[in-house]
Write a protein that binds this ligand. Structure first.
Ligand code: ATP
Length: 516
């Protein structure tokens, strides 16, 4: 655990030191749970969004993209249920004054039971070797069974309390489990109360409930209210989807895990409109498709898993998360929800406008059902960074062992694709040649020119920001017109003609490699 905490701290400081992420308004001591992306962070984030947009919109004839406003008519949030039900249960420890989400305190308790079960399984696996049957062990070992029973009973109580918004029961669970505050170590808790997560402001200069505007807490509603506009203007037939990337805002109660839980963040959401009754087929389809999207980046399958929701939100009839193994454990990275026709029906009722689709094949009108895929861009950023950041021992230029920090980000997503490095900086002919190659290449992809410090240090700088290829221009280049390309991961060096560099690097870093 300590090791994982160290790893996480290292990640946060790496993000700052190398210009990926800064705390917002840092010179004023920052603003809690709000972050700014620096030069490499902004580039990497754009690449994540491009990968998502291309795989959803460009690769699907029946998905189109929109960019709706952050502000929406206040009735939108009444219709969607956010005004009445977008709450988190809040609890304070009276001694430390530290604030918690009651459900998260209980979930953390469940994580500990799960860790115990996993430990038993690992221990047994080590003892029995190859003949070990994990499923059989879990089904028969008394200690595992006892913990699993405990886990299931708590998970059920939590799900019921959340579904029924039963604050007293949440408090009771915390008391029954004897959960203590991590700061004061006491069990001196306040009552659990509901806290609405929406930020509000007002339109114009008249303050009052009617003019209250909300910063959108999800991008989805901008898609629902535009459903007919888009369908009519693009002549899409059901099933079809509408995709959107944009900012969302939530006044999170607890925001202590860097960009995992922010108050201002970005979502990449797609709502897929289907015939009533066909939603479960499409729900399964999108679960599989979204998992493939993650796996294509080289994320090992064991770091990803589905987690079915025990308590489904008020608008859904099925919901699963794709969880990723962050340095602080498996947590939600993306949600796939079967949202029924809840949102469209609600908007139809409150707006008085008909939001139905006439299905020519069925010769009837209906309110479509919706399957949603929703992923936080920032959480995806954190997932990528936490898997990519590696310390390793490699031979240096003299063949001796040295350590390097390398960001093994997929080449198609790397902020800088290639660095142009003249072997030395004090030879004008050499630096001019390297610089002219750089100026030609930068029209094809994001490049950097760097002549400062010894070549080994320049390699390390590029490794730390995840540049997949370094191109070195040396004295021989002036004779044979060839350069050396160094591969970030394998450290292989290859000599190639200058006029081939663009093709070689494009082939390896093109987003296409992820889409086909
Ligand atoms: P959680 O249970 O972690 O609060 P959620 O279930 O409320 O998340 P959704 O409403 O399903 O999340 O939002 C979809 C996605 O948006 C999440 O999977 C996550 O990637 C992202 N997301 C949600 N809240 C935040 C946040 N505060 N900061 C960063 N990303 C977020």
């Amino acid at each position: 655990m300590a090791n994982q905490e160290d790893q996480f701290k290292k990640l946060v400081s790496h993000c700052k030191e190398y210009g990926f992420i800064y705390q917002s308004s840092e010179i004023y001591d920052g603003l809690s749970a709000v972050y700014d992306y620096g030069p490499y962070g902004a580039q990497l984030k754009n690449n994540i969004k491009e990968y998502w947009w291309k795989s959803m919109v460009q690769m699907h004839d029946n998905i189109v993209g929109i960019d709706a406003a952050i502000f929406m008519h206040p009735k939108t949030w009444k219709a969607s249920g956010h005004v009445d039900a977008f709450n988190d249960p809040l609890v304070d420890n009276k001694d430390s004054k530290k604030r918690y989400r009651a459900d998260v305190l209980i979930e953390n308790y469940l994580d500990k039971i799960e860790a115990k079960i996993n430990k038993e399984v690992e221990k047994a696996a080590a003892r029995f070797g190859e003949s070990f049957d994990a499923a059989m062990f879990k089904a028969t070992n008394p200690r595992v069974l006892e913990n699993q029973e405990k886990y299931d009973a708590i998970a059920k109580r939590l799900a019921n309390a959340m579904t029924n918004s039963d604050m007293a029961e949440l408090k009771q669970i915390i008391e029954d489990l004897e959960i203590t505050c991590e700061v004061s170590g006491t069990r001196n808790w306040t009552d659990v109360r509901q806290f609405n997560l929406m930020f509000s402001t007002q339109l114009g200069n008249i303050a009052g409930e009617d003019d209250k505007l909300y910063l959108r807490p999800e991008t989805a509603q901008g898609i629902f209210v535009n459903f007919l506009n888009v369908q009519k203007t693009t002549r899409q037939k059901i099933p079809f989807g509408i995709a959107q990337i944009g900012k969302a805002f939530r006044n999170e109660i607890v925001a202590r895990q860097f960009i995992f839980r922010m108050r201002e963040f970005e979502q990449m959401e797609m709502q897929f409109f289907v015939r009533p009754g066909e939603e479960m087929k499409w729900y399964e389809y999108w679960k599989a498709a979204r998992l493939r999207w993650h796996l294509a980046l080289g994320t090992p399958a064991e770091h990803l898993r589905f987690h079915d929701h025990d308590n489904v939100a008020h608008y859904a009839n099925a919901a699963a998360d794709i969880q990723f193994e962050f340095p602080f454990g498996f947590k939600e990275l993306e949600g796939i929800h079967s949202r029924t026709n809840f949102d469209l029906s609600q908007h139809m009722e409150l707006s008085g406008k008909k939001l139905q689709y006439f299905d020519p094949e069925m010769n009837e009108s209906y309110i479509p059902y919706v399957v949603e895929t929703s992923i936080g861009c920032d959480r995806m950023f954190l997932a990528l960074m936490s898997r990519a950041l590696t310390d390793e021992t490699v031979p240096d230029a003299d063949g001796k062992d040295s350590t390097r920090t390398v960001l093994r980000i997929h080449p198609a997503l790397a902020p800088v694709k290639c660095a142009l490095l003249p072997l030395v900086r004090n030879n004008e002919e050499l630096t001019q040649l390297a610089s002219s190659v750089y100026h030609k290449l930068k029209a094809s992809f994001y490049c950097q020119y760097d002549e400062k410090d010894a070549i080994g240090r320049r390699y390390r700088r590029q490794d730390a920001i995840g540049t997949p290829y370094c191109v070195t221009v040396d004295f021989e280049t002036m004779d044979d017109g060839c350069v050396t390309i160094r591969d970030r991961d394998s450290l292989q060096q290859e000599r190639v003609p200058i006029d081939k560099i663009a093709d070689i690097i494009s082939a390896k870093t093109d987003m296409k490699t992820l889409l086909v």
